[in-house]
Design a protein around this ligand. Structure first.
Ligand code: NAD
Length: 491
């Protein structure tokens, strides 16, 4: 199952200046299959010297790479896309083993990553700026975008195949060098992405991988050779990373955690809304920044909607993501499972109505971090369940008088990543579009994930910075602009 000519699965190494090297600090951790408890590998963390070596190789590569014609810069990306598609099945299998989600979810995640590579192949058109002849008497003006140097991305555990590809393709196609620091919890997919990159014609030092944890992130954020950093992860870390990177004069975009709401109005198709709501809350075990885990429902249809949601949630099969028929896989670690169980207990203590309890789930033959869908009714906006990001298959339902009240609940949240609305009313849809303070809004779509030619990012505590991930925002993040003001008196 390994990519030909590359280290065997589990042999996690840094990829620096075109070479595979062992991370050289004395720290690291085991990478464990969340469904079986099997140890897959050990990931060593990088030392300061490892990070220095990657940044210096990136700086050296940048000189030629930034001057390489853009049409040549995108050729390795076409090759990378072909390799990703050729190896998508095996990448998905590895992803399931180290993350715990299902094979179908892993395939979908990788498809979303590949789509970012496709969009970045259009950089020659996207990177153009503006030209205005006769901008002033006898003067022509031309704006150009220029790459800046070495960028880094620090990515979370929950989409280890997709999130690195929100950044890497755009960074290098615009002419920069790039260093990825993936999550230490599931680093094997990143290793395999770089094995595929190693097969393409990127010059040494243009794409690099360093494994590690907090120390490696801080070394990158403090490094004079790093121009900018993208971060995706939890809100407290996003805020620290933003402050530290920006304090060091770098460009930083930091995507944080989320608490997303579904609004269901009385004109909604309730069967469809219930199906999509359960899938939104529970897919990938609920470990998604786009999971809608609070449903705010108009009271006239609340009881009917609750019945359908519970029925749908009960039908979900929990199990090992590589087994046929599994709808919901395992949570990333026993500690995270325990945290979600604690939040369920808190929901009960705070008086929410436990309509479906997933805590007694028994997955035959596996001793993993499993939880079945758990549904609470009658939650209110002050409860912990309505305020904290849960990151597990837990859904809370709340009854409200009308759409105005639903929007008010949503806007009181500290987070603003995404929301979904299920309705048959154009007027309600328009109202929510205008008034909901979120970065992504799905209308009759349970998961508000934009295609990669649109930007992706939230608001409030879900995002720190200005330019978001994916699409055109990435071109702006990875380049700076110069204007040439030209006069040719003898022309
Ligand atoms: P995390 O914040 O624990 O870790 C993310 C990355 O930061 C990892 O690479 C980790 O090594 C590093 N890190 C951890 N602690 C650090 C510290 N103190 N200083 C510097 N770096 C540190 O997040 P996670 O548990 O891997 O991912 C889940 C979180 O990510 C959830 O909150 C989820 O909502 C969020 N997320 C957000 C988006 C988005 O687009 N907004 C997308 C995916 C995930």
């Amino acid at each position: 199952m390994t990519v030909d000519g590359t280290p065997p699965r589990g042999d996690v190494q840094n990829y620096i200046d075109g070479d595979w090297r062992d991370p050289s600090s004395d720290q690291g951790q085991d990478v464990i299959n969340p469904a079986t408890g099997e140890t897959l590998t050990y990931v060593g963390f990088s030392s300061e010297a490892d990070v220095d070596a990657a940044v210096e190789a990136g700086q050296a590569a940048f000189e030629d790479w930034s001057a390489t014609p853009v049409e040549e810069r995108i050729q390795p990306l076409f090759e990378f896309k072909r390799l990703l598609e050729e190896h998508q099945d095996e990448l998905a299998e590895i992803l399931v083993q180290e993350h715990g989600k299902t094979f179908a979810e892993a395939m979908g995640e990788l498809r979303r990553g590949i789509e970012n590579v496709e969009v970045a192949c259009g950089i020659p058109s996207m990177m153009q700026s503006g030209h205005l002849p006769n901008a002033a008497p006898d003067i022509d003006e031309t704006a150009v975008r220029k790459p800046l140097g070495v960028f880094t991305a620090i990515t979370p555990f929950n989409f280890p195949g997709m999130i690195p590809l929100w950044f890497l393709p755009y960074a290098v196609a615009t002419g920069n060098a790039f260093v990825l620091k993936p999550s230490e919890q599931d680093p094997i997919v990143a290793q395999h992405l770089f094995e595929l990159l190693d097969e393409t014609d990127f010059p040494d030092g243009v794409v690099q991988l360093v494994h590690g944890s907090v120390d490696s992130v801080n070394t990158l954020l403090d490094h004079d050779g790093i121009e900018g950093a993208s971060f995706v992860g939890s809100t407290p870390v996003a805020k620290t990373v933003y402050e530290r990177g920006a304090g060091n004069g770098k460009r930083v975009q930091a995507q944080g955690g989320a608490k997303n709401h579904v609004i269901v109005t009385e004109t909604a198709n309730l069967d469809f809304a219930a199906k999509k709501t359960v899938s939104s809350a529970c897919a990938c075990g609920g470990e998604r920044c786009l999971a809608n885990d609070v449903a705010v429902v108009e009271e006239s249809v609340y009881d009917e909607f609750v019945d359908r949601v519970v029925e749908e949630a009960k039908a979900q099969q929990v199990g090992y993501g590589l087994d046929d028929g599994t709808d919901i896989g395992a949570l990333i670690t026993p500690e995270h499972e325990a945290r979600v169980r604690d939040l369920i207990a808190t929901g009960v203590d705070e008086g929410a109505e436990l309509l479906l309890d997933g805590r007694d789930v028994d997955v035959e033959s596996y001793d993993g971090n499993f939880l079945a869908p758990t549904v609470f009714g009658d939650i209110d906006p002050e409860m912990t369940l309505a305020q904290e990001e849960i990151f597990g298959p837990v859904l809370g339902l709340m009854s409200v008088g009308d759409v105005d009240e639903a929007i008010d609940v949503l806007n009181r949240s500290d987070f603003g990543n995404a929301a979904s609305l299920f309705t048959g009313s154009g007027a309600d849809a328009r109202k929510v579009r205008h008034e909901a303070d979120v970065g992504n809004l799905g209308v009759n779509a349970g998961t508000a994930a934009p295609m990669p030619f649109f930007h992706f990012g939230g608001r409030k505590d879900s995002f720190f910075g200005d330019l978001h991930a994916q699409g055109e925002d990435m071109i702006h993040f990875y380049t700076d602009k110069t204007v040439y003001i030209e006069r040719w008196p003898d022309a």
